[in-house]
Design a binder for this molecule. Structure first.
Ligand code: DX5
Ligand code: ZN
Length: 211
C-alpha cells in the first residue's frame, strides 16, 4: 500500500510542510485543490501551487474538487503529475478524462461518500484510479465515514487502483488496509511532529499480506 500525503492542514507554512513531506518515505504528495463552487472552500491559486511544487522529487497525486476542471488541468499539467483525479459528480467527466489522458497523465475519478459506485460505470474502462472519499470533500481533519467501506470492497477486482481519502489515521486504516492500493492521509501526518513515524504507523497497519 502506498501512502499519499495531503497538506491541506499544516502547522507552520505550506513550504515547510512540503519540505518535511519530501524528507519522508511517503510515496506521493496529494494536492487538494478547491474552487469555492464544487465545495465551499477555495484554495485555487494555481500559480502558487506551481511554484510550491515545481521542483519536488515525489510524484504528485492531484485531487481537483472543482466543478469545471478544464483550465486547472491545462495549467497543472506543467507539473507532470502522476495522477490527476476529478470528481465523478461533475458534468461530463469524460471530456476531462480525455483531456488528462491527452497529456499522458494517469486519470482518477473521486466518488463522494453519498455517490453510488454506479456513477463510475461508464468511465471505469478509461480510469487508472478511483478515489473513494471517506469524508465529504472540502476540509481536512474530518472523521472517517465507515459507510463507504462496502464500496471499496465492491470495487476490488476491477482493473483499477483504489485509493481512499479522508480521516485516515492509525486506527481507521485498519478498515481499508487489505483492500486499497493507496491511502491519502493529511492531518494525521502534517499536524504531528514526526511525519515519518505517522507514515510508518499507516504502513504497519496497512502492510499485512500486501506490499
Ligand atoms: C478532503 C480532502 C482530503 C483531506 C485529507 O476534502 O480531499 O484529501 O485533506 O485530510 P485528512 O487526512 O485530514 O482527512
Ligand atoms: Zn483529497
Amino acid at each position: 500500500m502506498k501512502v499519499s500525503v495531503s497538506f491541506l492542514k499544516y502547522q507552520n507554512s505550506k513550504e515547510e510542510t512540503i519540505k518535511k513531506i519530501l524528507a519522508t518515505s511517503a510515496d506521493y504528495i496529494h494536492v487538494d485543490i478547491m474552487d469555492g463552487i464544487f465545495v465551499n472552500e477555495k484554495n485555487d491559486d494555481l500559480d502558487e501551487f506551481i511554484s510550491l511544487l515545481k521542483d519536488v522529487n515525489k510524484p504528485l497525486d492531484i485531487h481537483l474538487m472543482v466543478s469545471n476542471p478544464k483550465e486547472y488541468i491545462t495549467k497543472l499539467q506543467i507539473l507532470k503529475p502522476l495522477f490527476i483525479t476529478i470528481q465523478a459528480e461533475i458534468l461530463n467527466p469524460l471530456v476531462y478524462i480525455n483531456q488528462i489522458k491527452s497529456y499522458g497523465i494517469k486519470v482518477g475519478l473521486a466518488l463522494n461518500p453519498d455517490s453510488k459506485l454506479s456513477l463510475l460505470q461508464n468511465y471505469l474502462k478509461y480510469l487508472d484510479l478511483v478515489l473513494i472519499m471517506s469524508v465529504y470533500p472540502g476540509k481536512g481533519g474530518q472523521q472517517f465515514l465507515k459507510e463507504v467501506i462496502p464500496k471499496i470492497k465492491e470495487l476490488k477486482g476491477e482493473n483499477v487502483l483504489i485509493s481512499v481519502d479522508g480521516g485516515i489515521n492509525d486506527e481507521t486504516i485498519n478498515y481499508v488496509k487489505d483492500d486499497v492500493d493507496i491511502c491519502v492521509s493529511g492531518s494525521f501526518i502534517c499536524l504531528s511532529d514526526d511525519y515519518e513515524k505517522q507514515i510508518d504507523k499507516l504502513r504497519i497497519g496497512g502492510s499485512y499480506g500486501k506490499s
